[in-house]
Design a protein around this ligand. Sequence first.
Ligand code: GRF
Length: 202
Amino acid sequence: KRVAVLISGGGSNMMALAKAAARPDFPAEIVGVISDKADAGGLVKADTLGIPTFAHVRKDYAGKAEHEAAILAELARLSPDIICLAGYMRLLSAEFIRAYEGRIINIHPALLPLFAGLHTHQRAIDAGMRIAGCTVHFVTEGMDEGPIIAQAAVPVLTDDTAETLAARILTVEHRVYPEALKLFAEGKVRMEGGKAVFALAS
Ligand code: GRF
């Protein structure tokens, strides 16, 4: 399966996906990395792995529609089967999502449906959670509310700050995202009728 990864920042999740995909038995290859920021650290990291990189900076375009059209044109050239959002900090329009219905996945640094949106680690600490974690889910038109593919939990320690908790979760993100992508690329999970349908026996 051909996978395009969208990033906005450091791209540590993109790197975890790229390293997993480099293994010969992995059912997907990363065919391109697209960023909405020209200075995204992940672009340099992808370059070192020889993965084609593209930056489409939002301010270079008249509006959201034009920006998305440029990204969709780039994707048409890459013709991915799957799109992975990995630290991509922009909401996709319903039209964009429809163009890749059921084929866009995302990693969110919280145990959805808890803590959709931003500042998830501080919110978990403020809520007194004793566990936190990350979720890989199908992307649907609502923010961070698509069907869940995989999750992983970590303890919230009494002296945790948002930074120490974020670091602990990032480590498990790097394990869970490749696992989830593998399941999806192998057809062992798919989105059907707005739900994640698992065929693990196959
Ligand atoms: C990670 O916490 C990820 O869950 C969120 O963005 C953060 C940075 O990700 N989506 P990355 O290092 O850019 O992959």
